[in-house]
Every structure is written in structure tokens, then in C-alpha cells.
Design a binder for this molecule. Sequence first.
Ligand code: SAH
Length: 350
Amino acid sequence: MNREFELVDKLEYAHSLDFDEWVYLLNNQSEELRNYAGNKADTLRKKYYGNSVYVRGLIEFTNYCKNDCYYCGIRHGNANATRYRLTKEDIMSCCKEGYELGFRTFVLQGGEDPYYTDERICDIVKSIKELYGDCAVTLSIGEKSYDSYKAYFDAGADRYLLRHETADDCHYRKLHPETMSLDNRKQCLFNLKEIGYQVGAGFMVGSPYQTKESLAKDMLFLNELKPHMVGIGPFITHHDTPFKDKENGTLEETLLLLSLVRLMLPDVLLPSTTALGTIHPLGREKGIKAGANVVMPNLSPGEVRENYLLYDNKICTGDESAQCKVCLQKRMESIGYKIETKRGDHISRQ
Ligand code: SAH
């Protein structure tokens, strides 16, 4: 058997590889290897989560951002973005609609928007938890101080998504301006964990200047952090960013990495992302079959959806929330999985 297949076997039983092994594995990708890892990953996710796919209702509540990440369509420097903020009432009505559709997790995601002070975020979180005590609230609003994270947690937030984006310092510098740092981003993740959140890290596949070595570092970092959730999707260009002429990440490499993350962190919550659905019409189905177990349909109000554009050609921007739910339900059923409407906490928190 070729070494890359043996390395997949090793990952399956030892749940870790060293740096050189990761680089070798990632340098020897093939369709056979993807299928090999994908089948093992699918078996493993079924052992922990059966054929259930958890759903999270995504509320993209602001596209204002003070940061200038070179890859992102809502970066501060993009003067062509049509900016919006949802009011607390808007957010509450998204939750109401989502609750009626059966969602029991709400993900509040946005740019780093100073308008939403800690006080405002805490007030929103408290109000959601008061009305929908059986739901989980996930925040995804970027880098904040320990005290801010603690305040949101005390207000009732359960989970936090903060992709580390890349665990390679040199690569990090190529994706972000000087004002941001990998050290700070990692520190944020460790702080979130210490406070008690279920934490999600992650990265884009195929982002500009990414190498197999940087991906190897991503895998090592994930294994050190041991997050409850891992968000992985392909990089997709946005026409109004400095990376407008770069190549997109591929479906194939994203699927392989989803499978490898499943093998490394067997009980992790792993979304099959909208970005994956954007680069291939059956991307999300393929992601689930490769070992993912979460989907995140959009609950944002119709009027603002087409303005939360992190990348070009994003899917579902013209759909109603109810349509998104039914569509995903059918997609999951078509491959023999079923949407599970309970909160869907990490196994260690159930
Ligand atoms: N401001 C929050 C939320 C960021 S948006 C934060 O900093 O965490 C959520 C994720 O979208 C990012 O973490 C990034 O990995 C992804 N993203 C941004 N631009 C993208 C692009 N062009 N292609 C694919 N994914 C992108």
C-alpha cells in the first residue's frame, strides 16, 4: 500500500500525524485517496452522530467591518459594499421565524462592527435566550478581549466561531494587514475555550499563497486546540478585493480536508459550508458524505442577503428562510441523511 494510504490508516487509529507526515499526505492527493479517507470519515461520523445532520440558523446581522482582510468581500476597504446593520427587532424576528421552522441554534455572524458594543451584544443574546431558552446562541463576531468574551458568555452565549484562517505565520501575513496577528487570533481561541464556550476554529482551503506546509500547520494547530467545531470551506474570490485575480480553492481538496479533520477529531461538529455549495451544485451533499455533519442555512432577512457577500456567486441569496430549510432537508434526504432539529451540542456537552 502506498504511504499516503498508510498515513490515513494511522490517522484513523492514532488521530494524529506529525508535520512531515501531514506534508507527505497532502502532497499525494488523488481521487482514490479522497475516497479512501472519505469512506473512513463517513463511517466514523456515523459512529458518533448516526445519519443526523445538525442545522444552525445563520443570521448575518452586520456587514460593517473595521478589518481589512485581503480575501473578504466585506472588508473595510471595499467602498463598493452596500453596508447594513440589523436592528435588535430584526434579529428577534429572524429568530422567531427560525424557531417556527424548527431551528434550535442561532448563529449571529458579522463583520467586526464597533456599533455593536458589548452592551448591545449582551442585550441581544439575553433577549434571545429569554424567549428561546431551549436554543443555543452562537456568536461569530471576530476578535474581542477576554472580558468581552466573558460578558457575552455570562449573558448566555453558548458557542463561538472564530476561524484561525491559517496557522502559518508567513501565510497569515499574506492574508491580513499588519494590524492583525495570528498570535492574537490564537489567544482569542484559547480564551474562548477557557471561558467555557463550545469553540469553532477553521480555515479556507486554497486561499492565496497557501502551501501544503501551511495546511499541515493548520492540522497540527487544530489538534492542539481541540475545538468542538471546525469550519472549512474553499476560498472563493471576490471581485472587489486585492485577491480578485486569484484562483478559487477546489472541491476536491476541501472534501479531503473535511475527511481528514473528521479522522483527527472524530466527534467534532463539522459544517458542510455554503462556500462548498457555491463552488459545486452538490458541494454540500458531497461534504456531508465526506464526513461533515452540520449545515447552516441562512436566516437573514431577504433584503440584506445579497449584501453579505464575503465572496462572489454566493448561493441562496434570493431565497426565503423556509425555502432554504426545505431545500437542505431534501438535499440531505437525497443522500440518505436526515436533518436533526435539536440543539446539536458537541458530544462532550450533551
Ligand atoms: N468577522 C468574523 C466573521 C468572518 S466571516 C470573524 O472574523 O470571525 C466568516 C468566515 O468567512 C471567515 O472566517 C473566512 O474564513 C470566510 N471567508 C471570508 N472571505 C472568504 C472568501 N473570499 N472565500 C471563502 N471564505 C471566506
